[in-house]
Design a protein around this ligand. Structure first.
Ligand code: GAR
Length: 191
């Protein structure tokens, strides 16, 4: 059976990107075929290159034009797209080309702390400021409206009043490391 070729879309550090590549290294189901970054200086590119996964950069302005991205996805025969800390809004042409085949990870228990401007540390700062007793991560399908597609899975972790923003980020990242690859695997299995 042909493995499902996934493209991992990134913009920054790439801890999820690396974790996904390592998790699927010997998979019979999923092949991490390509990493696409919206930034040329994303550390995710260093991680992916060192693990021998082909990388391409498509900056935010270039993303608007299908002719920049679509040929790359065709070249690598991409079946499914996994966003892992990808910051630009996903363009409509991509959503149309990959219906229910683009998923995202968000570092909060959506619908809380989602929407424009809510990414990475901004989310953890807002969680701290609100004095939340728990936080978590959400995996969801991507739709034209930021952070509002159907939820596939959520995982939660308790917080202490003494937890700093860094502690919150660390606890939430641990959930991402443990669960995101397994959720991707499950969704791909059900395609
Ligand atoms: C992750 O925490 C991910 O949930 C978040 O960006 C981080 C990327 O970290 N995504 C969003 O905020 C999307 N709105 P990484 O680059 O180390 O994987």
């Amino acid at each position: 059976m042909k493995r499902t070729n996934i493209a991992i879309f990134v913009s920054g550090n790439g801890s999820n990107c690396e974790n996904l590549i390592r998790y699927f290294k010997d998979s019979q189901l999923v092949n991490c075929a390509l990493v696409v970054s919206s930034r040329a200086d994303a550390y995710a590119l260093v991680r992916a290159e060192s693990l021998n996964v082909p990388c391409r950069v498509v900056t935010k302005p270039l993303l608007a034009e299908p002719d920049n991205l679509m040929p790359m996805l065709k070249e690598f025969d991409i079946d499914f797209i996994v966003l892992a800390g990808f910051l630009p809004l996903v363009p409509d042409y991509l959503l149309e080309a990959f219906p229910r085949r683009i998923i995202n990870i968000h570092p909060s228990l959506l619908p809380k702390y989602g929407g424009k401007g809510m990414w990475g540390h901004h989310v953890h700062e807002a969680v701290k400021a609100a004095g939340e007793k728990e936080t978590g991560m959400t995996v969801h399908y991507v739709t034209p409206i930021c952070d509002s597609g159907e939820i596939i899975a959520q995982f939660r972790t308790p917080l202490l009043p003494t937890d700093t923003v860094e502690d919150i980020a660390e606890k939430e990242n641990q959930l991402e490391m443990e669960h995101y690859p397994k959720v991707v695997e499950q969704v791909v299995r059900e395609l």
